[in-house]
Design a protein around this ligand. Structure first.
Ligand code: ZN
Ligand code: ZN
Length: 413
């Protein structure tokens, strides 16, 4: 660990020659060719090819489409840098010259930026290897959006086949006037659980409901009653979000279907809150089905999802100090934990500290034009992650490489 000022100075020296045009071309190519979770073949190949020519030992196909690049450069700490690579099933509506060429698929979460930042940072560290000692492990992770990417890499031997990091770093593109680097020590993102519910009724003719048990009405009661869980069972000091994202039932106007299916998404920041909400969901689903007289109990499937992302406090404070020196003291602030979720933390072996921060990406003119007077109002009115209008400003390409390089150098030098 070095003085923030000297890390910032070294980073500025090493990155002053970064060519925005090269990063733009690389980024725009990734943006034009988005790939869904576990299908990031082209993206992974682009990353692997640049890492190889920079001198990394590269292994492809780690956890299906993942990429690991290792640069061993003498004794010293091992630093892991992670970028996720997948795009989303969103039809792009930005109208950009370099918009997606794949119908219905879009880099709407900025993972193309993440790959660009990761590639640039890896190249700079390789070119400057006489200035530091240790090992850099670059992780191109598949399938963050669908979940499963980090787990699949770990199951494929990420922690055994490659050097185990002493510190792991990641960053995410976020809405907000470009040029800010929010850091949160401790809890920064929430845990996520997904649930599938099947309500079994008795189907029949729409004109004779008395001969059926209508699963649409039962599921509707469940949806309504679930809204009271966070409102009435979670303490005001705690946080939780319970969303019913899917409600499927029926085929025709005049048929009462035999079943209804619900898909639920739960975000929490505390294990006991999660347990309480899960118990409430189960109680309500079973209770409503019993009240309706369903002939068979409902099926409730709980999918594990993502854990909390908890930055190591000391490491986050160290890297935030470096970023302040490098990018300006007012550009780094703590906006507290969000209800977003990530599988990034699963890539850190148990006990290994990690740090995950944001890079804001909204173009200045878009920010200015957004309705609202306060930061919060504007923030709510600019296109965010997963929006078909999400269009990060190209001015963030170089700074996002600098944040990663400086984090790595803070530990390597
Ligand atoms: Zn996303
Ligand atoms: Zn994302």
């Amino acid at each position: 660990m070095s003085e923030p000022a000297s890390v910032a100075r070294l980073t500025r020296d090493l990155t002053s020659a970064l060519l925005p045009a090269d990063l733009e071309a690389f980024y725009q190519d990734l943006h034009r060719h988005p790939e869904l979770s576990f299908h990031e073949h082209r993206t992974a190949a682009r990353l692997a090819e640049r890492l190889k020519s920079a001198g990394y030992t590269v292994t492809e196909g780690v956890g299906r489409t993942g990429v690991v690049g290792v640069l061993a450069n003498g004794d010293g700490p091992v630093v892991g840098l992670r970028g996720d690579m997948d795009a989303l099933p969103v039809r792009e509506a930005t109208g950009l010259a370099y918009a997606s060429t794949v119908d219905g698929v879009m880099h709407a979460c900025g993972h193309d930026l993440h790959v660009t930042w990761l590639t640039a940072a890896a190249e700079i560290l390789a070119a400057a290897r006489e200035t530091w000692s240790g090992t850099v492990v670059v992780i191109g992770q598949p399938a963050e959006e669908s979940g499963g990417g980090a787990q699949t890499m770990v199951a494929d031997g990420l922690h055994e086949r490659f050097p185990r990091p002493d510190a792991l770093f990641g960053q995410h593109a976020a809405p907000g006037l470009a040029g800010f680097y929010p850091h949160t020590p401790g809890l920064t993102m929430s845990a996520e659980v997904e649930l599938d519910v099947v309500v079994h009724g008795v189907g029949g003719h729409g004109s004779r409901p008395e001969s059926t048990v209508d699963p649409v009405v039962t599921a509707a009661h469940i949806v309504t009653r679930l809204q009271s869980v966070v409102a009435r069972e979670v303490a005001a000091k705690d946080s939780a979000v319970l969303t019913v994202g899917q409600f499927h039932a029926g085929t025709r106007h005049n048929i009462i279907p035999a079943e209804a299916r619900l898909a639920l998404n739960l975000r929490t920041q505390d294990d006991s809150v999660r347990a309480r909400v899960l118990a409430a969901v189960e109680r309500i689903v079973r209770g409503e089905c019993q009240a309706a007289g369903c002939p068979v109990p409902p099926e409730i499937t709980v999918h594990p999802g993502f854990p909390n992302t908890v930055n190591d406090k000391a490491l986050d404070e160290e890297i935030a100090a470096v970023h302040r020196e490098l990018l300006g003291h007012d550009t780094v602030f703590d906006f507290g934990p969000t209800m977003g979720s990530e599988d990034f933390s699963l890539l850190a072996p148990a006990g290994v500290p990690y740090d995950y921060w944001y890079v804001t990406t909204t173009a200045a003119d878009v920010w200015e034009a957004a309705p609202g007077d306060s930061l919060t109002e504007k923030f709510a009115n600019v296109p965010g992650n997963h929006s078909p209008h999400f269009a990060p400003d190209l001015s963030v390409l170089v700074p996002g490489a600098r944040t990663l390089v400086s984090a790595a150098l803070s530990r390597l030098t």
